[in-house]
Design a protein around this ligand. Sequence first.
Ligand code: NCD
Length: 314
Amino acid sequence: MPAATLPPRHLLTLAGMPAADITALLDGATTLRAQTQAAEPLPQLLGGRTVFNLFFEPSTRTRSSFELAARRLGAMVINFDAGSSSTSKGESLEDTIATLEAMDADAFVVRHAANGIVTRLAQATRRAAMLNAGDGNNAHPTQGLLDLLTIRDHKGTFNALTVAVCGDVRHSRVARSAVHGLQAMGVGELRLCAPAELMPPPDDSDYADCDLLDDMDAALRDADVIIMLRLQKERMHAALGLSSSQYFARYGLDGRRLKLARRDAIVLHPGPVNRGIEIADAVADGAQSMILQQVRNGIHVRMAALARAVGAAL
Ligand code: NCD
């Protein structure tokens, strides 16, 4: 069963998600953010609910922010230790999920290296919602949503924007979810910039409407939004044919290059950041960098996503 035909409580991908649904999630996140900033008590939309975090790949931001989001809305959160669980004794993930569902889990937040596995697990749930916290290079929908929220905060609308997505696009679930989300919201122009070996394969139809560029200066010229990506060495089958310093010289974002973009351009990076390889310190820490705002928005977007997952009105 494709992700799109599964019940809407799941959040597996932004592919095929209507703009109205994305807008509702961004609006919900914005409301929760305003309440948080005003130090108002947050509606306990997840009161009495149990959320399991199952992370089979490392994570700092995504895991902590899902946990904070769930707790701030009143949920009980269990951080399932993938390394010491029965999956390491040969139990199938489906059986693990069924076991935790029998403990009245309401939502699962899952990160895994294998493409499509979170959708497969969603098919196996009876009642609980499945939220994809990143599967392989397939999807990272809450990252896509927090990127969209950060862009909307600064630019208002999407249709006049030129967005450059730069770096290791080929191995990136962040890029794919950003592209799905931006296209759903009617973005003006989408550019991808990477060395040939880090470009998606030509038959990857998700990127069919993007302009592919090898020249970073050309990719940045007059861009409104620059999304930088980490080199995902853990997903590369062969070493990159460029040293770190060669990579930075050709594809890194430094102050000179940033000046090629529009004066009010914003710079996003999902983190973790490899300073001096993808991005210079001065840019990562500069006024146009939205890296920490993305982190903050991640909490509010995940609150909205969890509320939707349990059917709570925002
Ligand atoms: C990303 C991920 O794990 O997909 N990080 C994140 O969620 N903030 C990107 C990355 O690891 O490069």
